[in-house]
Ligand binder design. Structure first.
Ligand SMILES: *Cc1c(COP(=O)(O)O)cnc(C)c1O
Length: 345
């Protein structure tokens, strides 16, 4: 086999969902947008539905349609981008619930699908999606008469527990929803970890389900093993890969493995990433190319058949640190060429 093997532990995804569900008093939904952060929306969502998740969030109606196909009738599928032009048939036919973000979206929704379920997204300071306080106070009474299913907002700084923005958004959200009986939701993964006053009636974890920061107690979900194509010996002074950026200082054994930036392995990890043969760390050598990476395997007793880039030895967040990015970007960059194996269910 010459493609990398991406192993996704659905048992760990479900355990992470249950662990986050246990800490709150609220219903726990599951955010499965962007193909469940790159791990495969249909497989992940079906596993979570079996574990007890009844409400799902996706980014847009197309993702919602694919999710309905995977889950069948029953579970609530909420659309974060709301009701966009062209979405009406999907929303209507597939029982999707748009989170309406503006008066324009509200008008589009009630004119095209009168009586169809919807939720409302409020902006409490992130300035990305949702109605601002002034817009909301203008339409609040009309919208409430139409029985929204959910009123939600999103935290901008939830992964920084001491950031004053968290308390600020909490108090704005409370003010904007004061006295309402509608189901409310504010917390993503980081929000769940901030404390019980962020619970409301529904939480919306994403990254924590997939083993990422800030849910640092999460079980590891993803491992990535990349086959070795060829090994060779270098004399001191010889170089590896584009730009000669690795130069051997001593006799060195280099393994060339079968994945590169076309598989979502960010080129920015070239300086500093490690690959693992069992538990032994071997430094990446030279630059990540499109389909290949050089690895210094000098310290191994024998040539490895494959090397591991992600797993218990090196988490998604460890690799993100090498590239000065976040675990979310590592996961959602995972390529389509890997052979995917689902375990744990
Ligand atoms: C992506 C997203 C989430 C999930 O956030 P995590 O940080 O991955 O837990 C929740 N709510 C909204 C509105 C989102 O866009």
């Amino acid at each position: 086999m010459s493609s990398g093997l991406l192993t996704i532990d659905l048992g760990a995804v479900c355990a992470n969902w249950r662990a986050l569900d246990t800490v709150t008093r609220a219903e726990t939904s599951a955010v499965v947008k962007a193909d469940a952060y790159g791990l495969g929306m249909a497989r992940v969502a079906r596993a979570l539905a079996t574990a007890g998740a009844r409400t799902f969030f996706v980014a847009n109606a197309e993702e919602g349609a694919a999710l309905r196909q995977a889950l069948g009738p029953g579970p609530a599928i909420n659309i974060l981008s709301g009701h966009m032009p062209g979405d009406t048939d999907m929303i209507g036919d597939l029982e999707l619930v748009p989170m309406l973000n503006s008066v324009d979206q509200m008008i589009r929704h009630v004119e095209s699908l009168p009586g169809h379920s919807f939720g409302i997204q409020l902006d409490t300071g992130m300035n990305r999606l949702g109605m601002e306080p002034s817009e909301w106070s203008a339409v609040r009474e009309i919208m409430l008469q139409m029985n929204p299913r959910l009123i939600m907002s999103h935290l901008a700084c939830a992964d920084e527990p001491d950031h004053p923005m968290n308390q600020h958004q909490l108090s704005v959200f409370k003010e904007m929803t004061d006295g309402l009986n509608t189901q409310k939701s504010l917390a993503n993964t980081g929000g769940i970890l901030l404390g019980r006053e962020f619970d409301f009636e529904l939480t919306r974890p994403g990254i924590g389900l997939y083993g990422g920061h800030p849910f640092d107690e999460a079980q590891s979900v993803v491992s990535l093993d990349i086959p070795v194509i060829q090994c060779r010996d270098l004399e001191p002074g010889e170089s590896v890969g584009y730009g000669n950026s690795f130069i051997a200082e001593r006799p060195t054994r280099i393994a060339t493995i079968a994945a590169g930036y076309a598989d979502g392995i960010l080129r920015a990890i070239s300086s500093g990433a490690t690959l693992f043969a069992n538990e032994i760390g071997c430094p990446l050598a030279g630059r990540v190319s499109m389909d290949m990476i050089g690895v210094d395997v000098t310290k191994l007793d024998e040539d490895p058949k494959s090397l591991r880039l992600l797993g218990a030895e090196q988490s998604v967040d460890d690799l993100a640190d090498c590239a000065e990015t976040i675990g979310y970007e590592i996961l959602t960059s995972l390529g389509s060429r890997y052979t995917r194996r689902y375990i744990g269910i």
